[in-house]
Ligand binder design. Structure first.
Ligand SMILES: Nc1ncnc2c1ncn2[C@@H]1O[C@H](COP(=O)(O)OP(=O)(O)OP(=O)(O)O)[C@@H](O)[C@H]1O
Ligand SMILES: [Mg+2]
Length: 585
């Protein structure tokens, strides 16, 4: 339950609304407790008035008066109940909103390395399922708990005022009830935890199925995936069933114990009436009170399980919020134009990998230069670019930007000056225009500029073919682009930022050599002023580079210009010969 204390700051934030809610609960219970008193009065009056001398008119008048009072009290109770819900349930919605924003902000803060090791289904659960559970505690959970306490206080004081011994006897089954509720709810807690874990697993499977549906279908794995899901659903069902059994036993036990209280009220109350210690109306009022307490007490189990689920959920949210992003911006110093980048004996090892992805790498790059990076697959090219972008920090060595350690410069300013075309292109389900404008929000972008960059990325003619042009919607609700088209849109997106530092990770792999040539020429034009790092499998893509690094197992094994490397007869020239031969086939 300790984990829920995290929410106190929000409860404090909405303290006035909550206080109003509590006052409404008090008011509504005040009216509620007055109602049995009317019934009691009615019973006593009628018993006292049933004699032959009383006229029918008088009885009818009495009834009508009681009816009126009762109605007024009901209205009062209902009105304040409405206000209670309006305040407390609304607060729970407000806090849900705040908490979702807090979780979402944390999503944004966490780094690349965190996302590499987290499952999407699990991450989704944090903001949807877990926050919902917490809201149940803040809304109904809190409301019913406060209500129970206040109602109990009201009922008990009224009952004690009528007769102390009757109250004690009638309430005798209560400790048994509380003990049972406690026992059952801890069982419920254990079971519901297991249910939650299984649910998280299930949503991960579903999520992976959606995103991998093409692979699944291509490899005819539908049945296996179905089986996997069925197994998980089966587990989920089994665990939920256990929970259901406990839940099912719960209500009858409560009803039995309440019934017992009612019997005691009638039996012992009867004896007290006989000895004139209480009136018959008091017995009726007692039965009424006991039944008023029934539902709130019965719901203790439900509320406890809500609260415990919420505690488990909040614990997971807290754990998530406690994760410190490894890479944070520590400086707000302005940053001049990026004019140089230098790697000094940089090594990087992925957390769970045995070998260095980048090993003792040094190189330097100045404004106006283009660095080409080649190497076999897995040689560390993308890791190198991630280091340059500070998506990752070196395990050892340092990266200098404008002769200053990258770790100490203003990261936001640095990233604002860069444009990245990642190896795995990502486009949002939005219009083509908005996708290209994604990286530019500080200024208005007009159509002319869009045309300019898309021409540079050699994708304008494709966009023109769509009847809606830049307004064409991509993805789920719209058209699907080819791999090469996506890559070129992604290039246009980076170019629109007019970056001083342009990083291209194998971004021409899906286009033909002719298109590649056109794009490279316009990029060469572009890169006169800025720094460009271009990764490619294809040697031909690097011919405009001023310098080329050949990576193998994260280490630099060759370095030089295209011509120098060709004449060296090393791995670079070998790759070149091979690719040349392939293209001539
Ligand atoms: N998150 C990670 N955890 C552990 N190892 C990783 C991780 N990401 C990459 N690696 C490893 O680091 C090495 C370099 O990977 P990287 O993605 O930089 O290669 P690459 O040269 O870009 O390959 P490709 O040409 O296929 O894109 C590989 O051995 C890879 O298995
Ligand atoms: Mg790569």
């Amino acid at each position: 339950m300790k984990s829920l204390s995290y929410l106190n700051k929000y409860l404090i934030k909405y303290k006035w609304r909550l206080l109003f809610g509590v006052l409404c609960i008090i008011a509504s219970n005040y009216f509620g407790v007055e109602m049995p008193k009317i019934v009691k009065g009615a019973v006593n009056d009628f018993i006292g008035n049933i004699n032959p001398n009383e006229t029918f008119k008088n009885i009818a008048f009495l009834s009508l008066k009681l009816f009126g009072f009762y109605m007024l009290l009901s209205l009062g109770k209902g009105f304040f109940l409405f206000l209670t819900r309006q305040s407390i349930i609304i607060v729970s919605r407000f806090i849900e909103y705040d908490l979702k924003n807090e979780v979402y902000e944390q999503y944004q803060k966490l780094n690349y390395s965190f996302y590499k090791k987290s499952k999407t289904g699990d991450l989704m659960n944090r903001i949807s399922e877990d926050v919902s559970q917490v809201r149940m505690y803040l809304g109904p959970g809190l409301m019913y708990t406060i209500n129970l306490v206040i109602l109990f206080a009201f009922c008990i004081t009224t009952m004690l005022r009528i007769n102390v011994s009757l109250t004690l006897i009638v309430l005798a089954p209560l400790p048994v009830l509380s003990f049972l509720i406690y026992k059952v709810s801890s069982k419920m807690n254990a079971f519901s935890k297991a249910v939650q874990v299984e649910q998280s697993l299930m949503s991960t499977i579903v999520q992976e199925t959606f995103s991998g549906i093409r692979v699944i279908k291509a490899y005819l794995r539908e049945r296996e995936m179905n089986q996997k899901f069925n197994e998980s659903a089966e587990n989920y069902k089994a665990k939920t069933m256990k929970l259901v059994v406990v839940n099912a036993l719960f209500m009858p036990t409560i009803v039995f114990l309440i019934g017992l209280s009612n019997l005691l009220a009638i039996y012992y109350g009867g004896l007290l009436t006989y000895s004139k210690q209480i009136t018959p109306g008091d017995i009726v009022a007692f039965v009424y009170f006991i039944n008023m307490l029934t539902w709130p007490f019965a719901s203790v189990g439900w509320v406890t399980s809500i609260n415990q689920r919420a505690a488990a959920s909040q614990e997971r949210i807290n754990e998530f919020l406690r994760i410190q992003p490894e890479i944070v911006n520590t400086s707000d110093k302005p940053l001049g134009n990026i004019s140089s980048i230098e790697f000094k004996n940089v090594s990087f090892k992925h957390e769970n990998a045995g070998i260095d992805a980048i090993s003792n790498l040094s190189f330097a790059l100045k404004s106006g230069e283009t660095l080409g990076i080649v190497g076999r697959t897995g040689s560390g090219k993308s890791t190198l670019l991630n280091l340059v972008m500070r998506q990752l920090d070196p395990t050892s060595g340092e990266i200098l930007v404008n002769h200053e350690n990258l770790k100490s410069i203003n990261l936001d300013a640095y990233r604002r000056q860069s444009g990245v075309v990642p190896q795995e292109v990502f486009l949002f389900s939005d219009t083509i225009g908005n996708n290209i404008k994604f990286g530019v929000n500080e200024r208005e972008v007009d159509e002319k500029e869009l045309i300019e960059v898309t021409k540079k990325a050699h994708v304008y003619h494709n966009i023109q073919e769509f009847s809606t042009g830049f307004e064409t919607i991509l993805g789920e609700r719209g058209v699907n682009l080819s791999g090469g088209q996506k890559q070129r849109i992604s290039i246009a997106r980076a170019l629109l930022r007019k970056p001083n530092l342009l990083l291209l990770d194998d971004c021409l792999s899906a286009v033909d050599t002719e298109t590649e040539d056109i794009i490279l020429r316009s990029l060469a034009e572009e890169s006169k002023e800025n720094m460009t790092l271009i990764v490619s499998h294809r040697i031909s893509s690097l011919r405009f580079a001023d310098k080329i690094i050949v990576l193998e197992n994260g280490a630099k094994i060759e370095e030089g210009t295209h011509e120098e490397l060709i004449s060296k007869a090393g791995i670079y020239s070998e790759m070149y010969e091979k690719q040349l031969a392939d293209s001539e086939k």
